[in-house]
Write a protein that binds this ligand. Sequence first.
Ligand code: SF4
Ligand code: SF4
Length: 150
Amino acid sequence: MKRIMIDYMKCDGCKNCTAACMQAHREEQGTIYDLDLTDPKNESRNHILSDGRGGYRPIFCRHCDLPECVMSCMSGALSKDSVTGVVSYDVNKCGSCFMCVMNCPYGVLKPDTLTRTKVIKCDFCMEKGGEPSCVKNCPKKAIWVEEVQA
Ligand code: SF4
Ligand code: SF4
């Protein structure tokens, strides 16, 4: 299975990966400048934190081997694909209890900003052929995809 690897020392906080993730999930054509920020679907699935000392911490879903989010979801909205390894979210099954948000050990998951009824979850860009847009748009090569053993 594939995983996005991170070298935080190379990250300069440009947030190209965050913008690329937002663009990757929009349904209509356009640029980042006309992206509808009131549509939860357009929220970024990754985020970049400042470490407070001039450095940055890219926060990306690990698509864990034993995902705490899946194990804590009572409504079956989160599942792990045994072939691809991708942990997916089904908005139609979500009961908005946010147990997954509380249990993700990496602090990746969050409720959507506008309605706070949906979970913003990385889908490994599977609708784009499983080629993560964030990785393609990182100018520092601080994130990359690697094949790992499950
Ligand atoms: S959301 Fe968190 S717990 Fe779930 S697979 Fe991703 S990193 Fe692991
Ligand atoms: S793999 Fe796709 S969905 Fe996941 S953080 Fe990167 S751009 Fe967003």
